[in-house]
Design a protein around this ligand. Structure first.
Ligand SMILES: *[C@@H]1O[C@H](CO)[C@@H](O)[C@H](O)[C@H]1NC(C)=O
Ligand SMILES: *[C@@H]1O[C@H](CO)[C@@H](O)[C@H](O)[C@H]1NC(C)=O
Ligand SMILES: *[C@@H]1O[C@H](CO)[C@@H](O)[C@H](O)[C@H]1NC(C)=O
Length: 344
């Protein structure tokens, strides 16, 4: 969708409750990196039913997994080179700084649910691959094929295009022309510093969600099926604490979306929270993080959402229309987005 066309990076935001601007200002807050409205509504309903911030993040992201938001979350999307869909997810509790995450999860649909089980029932942070699937089964999740006609068609089209695009470099045969299997060349040419193109045009995104409960508890989470035609075993930024998302009740939270292979090198969500800890407002924190990345990867296109503990997520640069489902275009550095502001 918008990501692939590179035109807009929509950002869905619901300002919930009759918004009495008292000590907790604009809380509760549900913020998500895309206009995945159903996910945001599900998170809100969870809060309204007495759920915690963690419950809301889990339900919101799980909604996207079930509804295959934009093909980029849940089963049946982003087949890897072998045609399999694998999932990454993470959930973080900003009250306890506890995190549960799964990477390269196979044959289990509800990745954020498994991440929550890692958080609740283990002292680990991140489980990966087939062993994460075993863990999920032991926690009662169903082992099932994640491929669909859509993901199979994507994969066979890709094979028919000589496996273009792909994520290999410096291999033989030439990965820009041929399918693998690939091998390293006997002599590796080094021609100075080169910055990789970011893979933005391939189309990829994720759901990143931040929830601030009216009591001030903050949670954040992500769920994604990664990028199309990834090399099997690839894990993106989404399940990495501090990269895909980060939350700290004492400061706020952030979540990132974009080219995960680049993003994770900058730990952007952690960095954004740290900027806010040092007194930056959410907008400046987000902008500084993006510009750090763009210094090295000028073509990088991505976004970080930032919210501070008092529920502020916009600066004076942003205009907000109050009222139900009003859309406001905004621009933040290189980030273009749609802000959907709904008051219930
Ligand atoms: C949102 O949920 C409704 C049902 O509750 C469904 O009909 C609709 O297709 C969903 N929207 C998206 C974008 O998946
Ligand atoms: C998937 O493809 C099979 C045959 O290739 C077909 O029988 C089935 O109806 C398709 N399913 C959907 C949901 O389109
Ligand atoms: C959150 O950001 C807003 C807007 O910049 C600012 O007015 C408010 O003081 C910040 N809250 C905290 C706790 O820093």
């Amino acid at each position: 969708m918008a990501w692939k066309t590179g035109l807009l990076l929509p950002l869905l935001l619901l300002l919930l409750g009759p918004a009495p601007a008292r000590s907790f200002g604009q809380l509760p807050l549900v913020l998500n990196t895309w206009p995945f409205r159903n996910a945001t509504v599900a998170a809100w309903k969870t809060l309204a039913a007495g759920g915690s911030a963690l419950d809301a993040v889990e339900t919101g992201c799980a909604t996207c997994e079930q509804q295959q938001c934009d093909g980029s979350v849940g089963f049946g999307g982003s087949p890897d080179e072998s045609g399999e869909t694998t999932l990454d997810a993470m959930i973080m509790d900003g009250t306890t700084m506890n995190v549960g995450a799964v990477g390269d999860l196979r044959r289990i649909k509800n990745a954020i649910g498994v991440a929550r089980k890692v958080l609740e029932h283990t002292t680990h942070t991140l489980l990966a691959g087939e062993a994460a699937t075993k863990f999920a089964e032991s926690m009662g999740f169903i082992n099932e094929d994640l491929s669909t006609n859509v993901s199979q068609a994507l994969h066979s089209d890709w094979r028919a295009r000589n496996c273009q695009p792909n994520y290999w470099k410096n291999v033989i045969p030439d990965s820009s022309k041929y399918c693998g299997p690939y091998k390293p060349p006997t002599v590796l040419k080094r021609d100075g510093i080169t910055y990789e193109d970011t893979a933005q045009s391939y189309g990829h995104d994720t759901i990143g969600m931040v929830v601030i409960h009216k009591t001030g508890n903050i949670a954040a989470g992500t769920s994604t099926n990664g990028i199309k035609f990834k090399i099997p075993g690839r894990i993106g930024d989404s399940p990495i604490p501090g990269s895909g998302a980060y939350a700290d009740d004492m400061v706020g939270a952030a979540a990132a979306t974009g080219d995960g292979d680049i993003l994770m090198r900058f730990v952007p969500s952690y960095q954004a929270v740290e900027y806010m800890r040092r007194g930056e407002n959410p907008t400046t924190a987000c902008e500084k993080v993006i510009s750090r990345i763009q210094k090295y990867f000028p073509k990088f296109f991505g976004a970080v959402i930032c919210a501070n503990m008092t529920g502020s997520y916009v600066s004076k640069h942003f205009k907000i229309n109050h009222g139900r489902s009003s859309l406001v275009r905004f621009q933040m550095g290189k980030i273009h987005g749609l802000l959907i502001n709904t008051t219930y």
